[in-house]
Design a binder for this molecule. Structure first.
Ligand code: CP3
Length: 345
């Protein structure tokens, strides 16, 4: 059983703490030599994700190296499109590539029913990681937001501007909504299985929130995130599980994000001038050091961390994190330095 008084869960309950809990988005990954040693045994990244013992080893690497306060499932957000038959591949040096992307309205109609049992390798990884972790370290399960999953599935790969996706949702508005609805239901079942398998907290990654203007964001992304969180909060098995929402560089004020129903907002690094009085009534906050600062020298890291800690010093329910994921070019020594620095201030 996970201890309910771990500092990460306390912060998610909006308790004010002397030292914030610390974890990092993409804390397991290529910047770690231990990760690269395991990774090179697999050609396709998803094949590695399909091995629950390897996922367990990888999730524990940053916990062991940096003594963090939360662990995140080792997997990927693109497992759902893969389970829907879209054929996701991650080849070395490339991002994700879909063998069968959604190219037309017909492709949406022909999608199979989502079968959550297709992803039993993920739930097994959750159970393995939960068993291997100390009881005071909560495990975060996760999924991509319906919009972010739709964007990859339609574009068929990563892209700067997702031009094809933007065109698709204008020309095929109805089918876009049918697809988003299907992804929302899939995300719910997927997260519910992760919770049953041992996840203590859920994070939803809206990594392509920045593609949409305010009106389209409500229509294509936020409305489905709201629906997903509502499903989680109305289900007897998931209703007490804290939900964290990360949105990448949304164009609107963070106050709007509180309407999602999430318990905690994970702030992108560019977010500033927060209305902390308003937010403190509603949500815990997580963030938001620019990961690029970890490429700088220790003096710069020190200065930037102090700025962030000063902003959130009195916030009830603050979790230290980065404003986006750790990149492969970051030196693990700086991650160690950062973690120890926060605890020493
Ligand atoms: O500690 C962890 O966070 C590991 C678990 C994790 C991964 N991906 C492993 C991964 C998590 C939580 C994710 C989330 C994820 N995946 C997101 C949301 C977070 C964000 O960054 O906004 C997104 C957009 C993806 C999709 C994805 N996965 C892309 C675009 C890529 C290729 C680009 C890249 O960063 O390599 C991946 C691959 C991926 N997912 C890797 C890892 C460790 C690297 C794969 C490799 O080693 O070849």
């Amino acid at each position: 059983m996970t201890e309910t008084n771990s500092i990460f869960l306390k912060a998610l309950r909006k308790e004010k703490l002397d030292v914030p809990p610390i974890w990092y988005m993409r804390q397991a990954g290529r910047y770690m030599p231990e990760y690269r040693a395991v990774r090179k045994q697999f050609k396709n990244f998803l094949d590695m994700c399909k091995n629950p013992d390897v996922c367990c080893e990888l999730a524990l690497q940053p916990i062991n190296a940096f003594n963090l306060d939360a662990s995140i499932l080792f997997s990927d957000i693109l497992t759902i499109p893969d389970a829907l038959g879209l054929g996701v591949e991650f080849l070395e040096g490339e991002g994700p590539v879909f063998k069968n992307p959604i190219l037309s309205a017909k492709d949406v109609k022909n999608l199979p029913e989502f079968d959550p049992n297709e992803l039993s390798y993920v739930y097994k990884a959750v159970t393995n990681i939960r068993q291997a972790l100390p009881s005071d370290i909560p495990l975060i399960g996760f999924c991509g937001s319906p919009w972010t999953l739709a964007a990859y599935s339609i574009e068929g790969r990563s892209s700067k501007d997702f031009k094809y996706t933007k065109e698709f949702i204008k020309v095929n508005e109805n089918e876009a909504h049918i697809f988003l609805d299907k992804l929302t239901d899939a995300c719910f079942l997927y997260l519910k299985h992760q919770v049953t398998a041992g996840a203590d907290v859920i994070q939803i990654f809206d990594s392509w929130a920045n593609l949409l203007d305010e009106k389209d964001y409500e229509n294509y992304s936020m409305s489905y995130i709201k629906k997903l969180i509502k499903l989680l909060k109305n289900d007897s098995e998931t209703k007490n599980i804290p939900v964290i929402l990360f949105a990448r560089d949304p164009i609107f004020n963070s106050n709007v994000m509180t309407e999602s129903g999430a318990d905690c907002l994970s702030l992108y690094w560019r977010v500033q001038n927060l209305d902390l009085n308003f937010l403190s009534e509603k949500v815990a906050l997580q963030g938001n050091l620019n990961p690029k600062i970890l490429l700088e020298d220790k003096n710069t890291i020190n200065k930037e961390v102090k700025k962030i800690l000063a902003i959130f010093k009195d916030y009830p329910g603050y979790i230290f994190n980065l404003g986006h994921g750790i990149t492969p070019d970051i030196n693990p020594d700086n991650v160690k330095y950062l973690t120890e620095l926060i605890r020493s201030i």
